[in-house]
Design a protein around this ligand. Structure first.
Ligand code: ADP
Ligand code: ZN
Ligand code: ZN
Length: 840
């Protein structure tokens, strides 16, 4: 140790050089050691954000997070200096650091990847962050000559990024240090600008000090202020806006400061004095964005079965950390959640409520907002960075004790969670596919709760087999809610045999006569219908009748989907677009036909069959704009729309009064998808979309499922709402063939532009893994369903790890080592290998 010191500080042996191990937002699987400049050491805390130079000639600027402080210099490289500290407190909490580490290890990715996804970009300064000349600058004498030249340049531009400024300053210059100096001399605005851009709009408020919330104390105060009429007037004005006699709690919400001091200077200085004398208390809150003055919810009365469910959950939480609420669609799970959330909040702890992406943009949030008002933060992926930063800060400040959000909300800086709810826990959208970390928000939530001693409630009408298995075996609690709210009943599900209708020639294009009749009758009754087809676009194939040519993506091994509205062919994997051919490009025939159908075609045909009807479509193509979901849902809710056509987006959490018919197309394709989870998925999807029908008492729902084979057992189970039957059968299969929940799956995807190289790398990896783990644990390499994407040839290897018999951590390390071997093999240059742990 002593030796190393003298190496690095030979001029001053007394001086201890501090080092910090930093998490950098880059995909490199390690921490980076930087030097802590003198003077910074006292303020630097683990969890603080710092700015550091990075890359060749310090050409990049990165925001890093301090993971460790120590005094041993790195041996492999000369440590560079940290340029700037952004926080004097642990910005990233201890829990978050623990989460980052756990996720990197568990999901086999780099801690920098985790940090990068976790922190909204508004909280990170990067090479792209802007620097601006300060128009109020008037100390030119402080500048060095070099700085003065730079500033002249900067003045000419409205703003420059760190990167651009670095180029201007010349190679090797320490840009953050330079900017720090310029900021110190008030010559440029940078962090200020970043702050201004991202800082939430704050409302400055005042309230009476708690001491004066009691009537007697208040009277004493007013008496005391007799001699200070101006101050008394300010207090009186406050009371006229905040009627504390009637509702003492109103004081805690306070009053906008501007209301009290809007007229004259005298009242302003009086208010200032009152604050100084602790009569008033000044505080700030984030300007609420979302509570558009929704009428507060009248007290909800839980039904007996809901109350009982809530009580059972609380009782099970005594001995279980995780409870599954298995409640059928329309049973009012949300009301049960609200009850539990209120209990947790009143106990003083934080609550996180996770929802799948689409459900979050809809009615549930409005319902929650009515109850929780601006105490509730909303975290959504369609939010701007600004909005995310707001929620982040709201959690830190305590304004948001309760956050409802999508999967990335698990990264918020909670430190006192009491309850996490994972609604629709079976939803696959909780799993992030790309980029790393490829995490499952439900499983991460369980870890978070574990660290913070919080409880987890998983809710679903169609639980994932994994979760139900845990519940059946006593590892999770289980509470059932099998009654729809308010005497509503589950819909009647009927199978429509399309094979038979085809023989009878009663199919009209994709529509059976049964479905067309039902739609017609439903419209006559002025009731609404939902049609589900899990495929967007007009049709998935274009083919020449004469030579069998099909339109394919030049970059991927898939056919191009025909989109009629935009008159083009599109690849759903890489986004490639082509014009629609009028004649066959190979044989010149004019008989180029579309085959198969998507939501767009259904929408189109409905207009032909029912020209008077109003049809809306909800799929990826119609919901790209930020508020598109809401608009479609509001319009449908408004009642002017007869039919809503959509992909799996319409299966999630929607709750309409007037929907009494649901039509499901192409059930066969859902069931026969080549994946071991297909049956489970099909059951979940069909049950969930069926559950949108007949959610109100007196409006019984009907579901028609079009299939060419009504005898399929899974369809019988859907009809009978027999989740348990489905579970028993599926779990047996999973056990027989060693699939989750009996094993963990890690999917390794090898890719390369050269198929032979990709194959060679995959073969080698599979062979090495088979050697070590045995052939029963390694499947593949195998070409995936789409074996080429963006001109990369893919091979999948599936590793199965038994839950108890194997040291999972050791296996992961072994796999990672083998991957690293291949990645550094010169013969296999540019191979990429992605590990997906618990792949779905
Ligand atoms: P789930 O999530 O279980 O499918 P929801 O929570 O959406 O069901 O409830 C279905 C409908 O019934 C919603 O419109 C909800 O407002 C209503 N509802 C459920 N429970 C109650 C209750 N106790 N009081 C009033 N309305 C309720
Ligand atoms: Zn042809
Ligand atoms: Zn493509």
């Amino acid at each position: 140790e002593n030796q190393t010191y003298s190496l690095f500080s030979s001029t001053d042996v007394e001086e201890v050089t501090f080092f910090a191990d930093l998490i950098l937002p880059i995909p490199v699987p390690r921490l980076f050691t930087y030097r802590v400049p003198r003077g910074m050491a006292e303020v630097l805390k683990i969890g603080a954000r710092v700015i550091v130079p990075f890359g060749k000639n310090n050409g990049r600027v990165l925001t890093a997070v301090v993971a460790r402080l120590h005094n041993s210099p790195p041996t492999a490289y000369q440590a560079r200096y940290i340029s700037e500290v952004l926080d004097e407190y642990p910005f990233v909490t201890g829990y978050q650091l623990e989460l980052f580490r756990w996720m990197a290890e568990y999901y086999m990715c780099c801690i920098g990847d985790v940090m990068n996804v976790a922190l909204p970009s508004g909280l990170k300064i990067s090479s792209q962050s802007k620097v601006q000349f300060n128009p109020d600058f008037d100390y030119p004498e402080l500048l060095t000559e070099f700085e003065a030249t730079l500033l002249t340049e900067l003045k000419k531009q409205s703003a420059l990024s760190y990167e651009e400024l670095g180029r201007l300053a010349g190679a090797g210059s320490n840009v953050p240090a330079l900017i720090k100096s310029l900021v110190g001399k008030k010559a440029v605005i940078v962090f200020e600008e970043v702050k201004e851009k991202y800082i939430p709009k704050m409302v400055r408020k005042v309230r009476l000090h708690r001491n004066y919330e009691e009537r007697e104390q208040l009277l004493v105060l007013l008496n005391r202020l007799e001699k200070l009429p101006k101050q008394q007037e300010v207090v009186m004005r406050y009371l006229s806006h905040v009627p504390m006699q009637r509702n003492p709690e109103l004081n805690q919400k306070g009053l906008d400061k501007t209301i009290l001091n809007q007229d004259d200077e005298l009242s302003q200085s009086s208010l200032t004095t009152l604050i100084k004398n602790q009569v008033f208390e000044a505080f700030e809150i984030i300007q609420p964005r979302f509570s558009d003055n929704l009428a507060p919810q009248a007290e909800i009365r839980l039904t007996d079965s809901q109350r009982s469910a809530s009580q059972q959950i609380m009782a099970q939480f005594e001995s279980q950390n995780i409870v599954l609420l298995h409640g059928i669609t329309g049973s009012g799970k949300t009301e049960v959640y609200i009850d539990l959330i209120q209990q947790a909040l009143s106990g003083g702890s934080q609550v996180l409520y996770l929802l799948p992406e689409i459900a979050l943009t809809t009615q549930i949030v409005v319902r929650l907002q009515r109850v929780f008002g601006d105490k509730m933060g909303i975290y959504h992926s369609k939010f701007s960075d600004n909005e995310r930063v707001e929620v982040w800060k709201g959690v830190v400040s305590g304004q948001y004790q309760f956050v409802v959000g999508v999967r990335s909300a698990v990264f918020l800086p909670f430190d006192n969670l009491g309850l996490i709810i994972v609604d629709e826990e079976h939803e696959t959208s909780y799993k992030q596919h790309d980029p790393a970390p490829r995490y499952h928000a439900r499983d991460v939530a369980i870890m978070l709760a574990h660290w913070q001693q919080a409880k987890v409630l998983l809710g679903s009408a169609t639980p994932s087999l994994e979760t139900y298995y845990q519940a059946k075996h006593g590892r999770y609690g289980l509470v059932e809610l099998f009654q729809r709210f308010g005497d509503a009943t589950l819909p009647t599900i009927t199978l429509v045999n399309t094979q038979q209708e085809k023989k009878q020639k009663s199919m009209k294009s994709e529509f059976s006569s049964a479905l067309l009749n039902a739609l017609e009758m439903n419209m006559a009754r002025k009731e609404q219908s939902i049609l589900f087809q899990n495929r967007r676009g007009y049709s998935p194939y274009m083919q020449c009748e004469d030579c069998d040519w099909t339109a394919e993506c030049p970059n991927c091994a898939v056919s191009l989907t025909y989109h009629q509205r935009d008159a083009e062919l599109r690849c759903h994997y890489c986004g490639h677009k082509d014009a629609v051919p009028r004649i066959c490009p190979t044989c010149g025939s004019t008989k180029v036909k579309t085959i198969g159908f998507g939501t767009e075609k259904l929408e189109d045909q409905l207009q032909i069959f029912f020209p008077q009807s109003r049809v809306l479509r909800m799929d990826l193509d119609t919901t790209r704009a930020k508020n598109a979901y809401q608009q479609i849902i509001q319009e449908f809710e408004g009642g002017q729309v007869d039919i809503l056509v959509g992909t799996q987006m319409i299966t999630k959490g929607l709750d309409f009064d007037n929907v009494s018919l649901v039509g499901i197309f192409d059930a066969d394709r859902l069931i026969h998808f080549p994946d071991f989870r297909a049956t489970e998925r099909a059951f979940q999807m069909i049950t969930q979309v069926s559950g949108r029908a007949g959610r109100r008492a007196g409006r019984h729902g009907t579901v028609l499922i079009q299939t060419s084979n009504p005898q399929q057992p899974i369809l019988q189970k859907v009809i009978e709402n027999d989740y348990k039957g489905l579970y028993e059968e599926e779990i047996q299969e999973r056990q027989n063939f060693s699939y989750p929940p009996f094993v963990r799956l890690i999917k390794l995807t090898v890719r390369h532009a050269d198929k032979a190289i990709s194959h060679r790398a995959a073969e080698r990896l599979a062979a090495e893994l088979t050697d070590a783990l045995g052939s029963s644990r390694v499947l593949g390499p195998e070409e995936p369903l789409v074996e080429r994407i963006r001109n990369q040839f893919l091979f999948d290897i599936l590793v199965k790890i038994e839950r108890d018999k194997v040291n999972v951590k050791a296996v992961k390390t072994y796999i990672q080592d083998r991957i690293n071997d291949i990645l550094t093999d010169k013969g296999l240059r540019q191979v990429s290998i992605v590990a997906d742990v618990d792949c779905l």
